[in-house]
Design a protein around this ligand. Structure first.
Ligand code: UTP
Length: 410
């Protein structure tokens, strides 16, 4: 373990010496706690604050990208599904659930997957996802390995919950949990925030770190030994999520492309959703706030929106490509958030407005590292019911309605 001088050396490199302000007043255990945090945290993410200030937009030239449409899929479904089922039966596909987020918008103090979306009976978000995956297990007769990413903040709750609920009927031999890395949070002046005298404020470092965290947890060896070639990465909050969907897997395999992303047609030009497109000729996702008015409203020769296909955080990646890009750095996004912290008077403050930045890498940036990506269009009302907010758009209420209209008993 590092000592005080080592810690000071690390911190002074990043102008964060204030972290040790109360060090001498701490008891031995607290000193150890603080030093071990300083040792583990990667403070180099803070350099992104400077580069962000100095950077002009670093994006390239965007162009629309077409998709395999709902109609295309309907006319080829037999072939796609057959190919997907064969791959799943041969153990070539696994699923990765990203559940390390904090779900602050929902305002639920437990992991989002533990939220009970049921009305007359219990139906937890994790349970919905397992039920959806079970459909494919039943169809193929094969258990699909499921890797669940948690964070240090929610790992204990998540793993205990799954155990208590008997994995909702899934075979626990096929479930593995792994923990993602944390990043320090800073105030708007770039100073790292403290939770207490001995605790640095940290938060999960975004969903982009999933593959490197999976590798660090030693799970890549298992994946390769099992002969898994495709990883279907998906978010915790879409309760209608089709996971390890044989049609999707089959379509990507048949296309010969390197990756795939499920997309839905945008509800309106202004819908706040990232769009799968090309950037400098490579697959990429343009965020809604990066799109100009012209891009948002541009029509193609069929009179449809040219930038039409919104992503729903459901991707299919090839394991060998992931290994190849694993060491490449993903861009770090700086996001403004409400971050609880200890002020100069030693009081713990829970802010009501954003008071600082968090640093996140995003899985969507991995798409731009692929040579090619198949946009696979799905029916929004059947596959997209995100639970982001307590009420309103993408909320518990809207997801309940969509579950009901899909015949799920809630
Ligand atoms: P969101 O972007 O909705 O973030 O995550 P969030 O933290 O869950 O929610 P808010 O913004 O605070 O309300 C999209 C998906 O990525 C996962 C989430 O669990 C969700 O499945 N995620 C997000 C991680 O696994 N790790 C992270 O660090 C962030």
């Amino acid at each position: 373990m590092i000592n005080r001088d080592d810690a000071l050396r690390i911190l002074s490199k990043y102008g964060q010496e204030h972290i040790l302000k109360h060090y001498d007043e701490l008891n031995d255990e607290m000193k150890k706690e603080l030093l071990s945090q300083i040792e583990i945290i990667d403070f180099s993410v803070l350099e992104n604050l400077e580069s962000e200030k100095n950077s002009n937009s670093s994006r390239g030239t965007f162009e629309p990208l077409g998709a395999v449409t709902i109609e295309d899929i309907a006319s080829n479904s037999e072939e796609y599904i057959k190919t997907g089922i064969e791959a799943i039966k041969a153990g070539k596909a696994a699923a990765v659930l990203l559940a390390g987020g904090q779900g602050t918008r929902l305002g639920f103090d437990k992991p989002k997957g533990m939220f009970n979306i049921g009305v007359t009976e219990e139906l937890y978000i994790f349970q919905c996802l397992i039920n959806n995956l079970m459909d494919v297990v039943k169809l193929t007769g094969a258990w699909i390995p499921l890797y669940i990413m948690t964070s240090e903040k929610n790992n204990k709750d998540t793993t205990e919950f799954f155990k208590e609920k008997n994995y909702f009927g899934y075979n626990p031999d096929y479930i593995r949990f792994f923990i993602q890395d944390m990043a320090p949070s800073v105030d708007f002046n770039g100073k790292v925030l403290m939770e207490s005298e001995s605790k640095i404020s940290v938060s999960p470092n975004g969903n982009g770190g999933w593959f490197s965290s999976l590798v660090r947890a030693g799970l890549l060896d298992e994946i390769k030994t099992k002969g898994v070639e495709w990883l279907n990465v998906f978010a915790v909050d879409n309760v209608l999520q089709r996971i390890a969907d044989p049609g999707f897997i089959g379509a990507v395999i048949k296309s010969g492309l390197q990756s795939g992303g499920k997309v839905v047609s945008k509800a309106s030009p202004d819908e706040k959703v990232g769009v799968l497109c090309l950037e400098d000729g490579m697959p990429s996702i343009v965020e809604y706030y990066e799109m100009t008015e012209e891009m948002r409203t541009l029509l193609n020769e069929k009179g449809e929106l040219a930038y039409k296909y919104g992503v729903i955080l459901n991707y299919l990646f090839n394991v060998s490509k992931l290994e190849e890009i694993c060491d490449k750095k993903l861009p770090v996004h700086i996001v403004d958030k409400k971050i609880p912290y200890m002020n100069d008077n030693g009081e713990y403050i829970i802010p009501s407005e954003p008071n600082g930045h968090k640093f996140e890498t995003l899985v969507l940036d991995m798409v731009h590292m692929q040579d090619s990506c198949l946009a696979y269009e799905v029916i929004r009302e059947k596959e997209f019911a995100p639970v982001k907010n307590a009420t309103g758009v993408d909320s518990v209420d809207s997801a309940r309605e969509l579950l009901k209209s899909n015949g799920v008993k809630i």
